[in-house]
Design a protein around this ligand. Structure first.
Ligand SMILES: *[C@@H]1O[C@H](CO)[C@@H](O)[C@H](O)[C@H]1NC(C)=O
Ligand SMILES: *[C@@H]1O[C@H](CO)[C@@H](O)[C@H](O)[C@H]1NC(C)=O
Ligand SMILES: *[C@@H]1O[C@H](CO)[C@@H](O)[C@H](O)[C@H]1NC(C)=O
Length: 287
């Protein structure tokens, strides 16, 4: 029976990573075992606790330690430390790896340390892994090659043109107007409002400019050296084609799994059993 989870803030430079540690063994055990450990990162909007039923509980049941975490822009750090997203996500993951290898060294197998990035974590955790060679495996659900390219693909051609024109005031006015336009999809309205909050700005234009920093272009992907598994869904239109681009950049260090049918939506929402089944096969084929 695993011990109860414990909040364990990991100190990063200039902020605190809010993490939850779910150990396999009681902390006061006489016979600590160094076990495989999964680090979980969330994406653009959801809380780390949302991964409990889909990933934390199944991994605990199969003998893994788990630690989930949130950094700037994500719910707890945005709310309690007032910090918007940062692109250099190794500032979040490296303190968590340090925490595991120092504070939890008796429980953590340093040769089997995997990082899982959910949703926009497909960018964030890929970026972190490029700068964190102590990770032995990287899992991305799904791949994000470039956030700016992906997000602006959801704009109408007219809005895209306005964004590219560089006219901040005109773009912001139009973007604010779509919030009260009944023709705008809820997804786009929500995406913009969430982006403004998470990037801590009132300007949609500034939000889009910031997303240009969230990219694996420019040699970042080449720095990811550990085996990488990418998942995507056949019906997931969040970052169309990006998983293939990340896979192409990583070459034979990576495998891409396309979920189909009910599991074919963003992060396999509604079909966690299928995600779990595929992950178990993956873990078994690598042990
Ligand atoms: C950390 O905060 C200090 C003081 O506010 C600032 O000078 C420095 O640039 C910050 N470092 C990072 C990595 O953000
Ligand atoms: C919404 O779309 C309809 C049909 O294309 C159009 O006639 C109407 O003017 C649009 N409304 C707004 C507020 O843009
Ligand atoms: C991100 O992008 C903005 C605008 O393009 C730039 O001014 C800023 O320095 C970048 N920040 C980081 C941390 O790279």
């Amino acid at each position: 029976m695993p011990s109860p989870p414990s909040p364990c803030p990991a100190r990063a430079k200039n902020f605190t990573v809010e993490a939850i540690w779910y150990p396999q063994q009681a902390e006061n055990t006489n016979q600590p075992k160094q076990l495989q450990t999964l680090i979980l990162g969330q994406g653009f909007d959801a809380a780390q606790e949302d991964l409990y039923s889909t990933l934390v509980a199944p991994a605990l049941a199969r003998g893994w330690n788990v630690i989930s975490c949130e950094g700037p822009g994500q719910p707890t750090v945005r709310r309690f430390q007032g910090l918007g997203f940062v692109p250099d996500w190794e500032r979040v993951v490296t303190p968590v790896v340090d925490y595991l290898l120092n504070e939890k060294a008796a429980f953590v197998d340093r040769q089997r340390l995997a990082l899982f990035g959910n949703s926009l974590g497909g960018y964030l955790d890929a970026r972190a892994a490029a700068f964190e060679p102590r990770l032995s495996a990287l899992l991305l659900d799904g791949g994000v090659w470039d956030m700016y390219d992906g997000y602006k693909g959801h704009l109408t051609p007219a809005l895209d043109e306005l964004l590219e024109s560089g006219d901040q005031e005109a773009f912001d006015n139009e973007m604010n107007a779509i919030q009260s336009n009944p023709n705008t999809t809820t997804e786009l309205k929500w995406g913009i409002l969430q982006g403004l909050w998470a990037f801590k700005t009132h300007s949609p234009y500034y939000f889009f400019q910031q997303t240009k920093n969230y990219t694996l272009k420019g040699g970042i992907a080449d720095m990811i050296q550990m085996p990488t598994w990418i998942a995507d869904g056949e019906c997931d239109a969040t970052f169309p084609g990006h998983s293939e681009m990340v896979k192409d950049a990583l070459g034979d260090r990576t495998a891409l799994h396309i979920f189909k049918g009910t599991a074919g939506f963003h992060c396999q929402t509604g079909a966690p059993q299928e995600l779990g089944r595929v992950l178990v096969c993956l873990a078994e084929s690598n042990t």
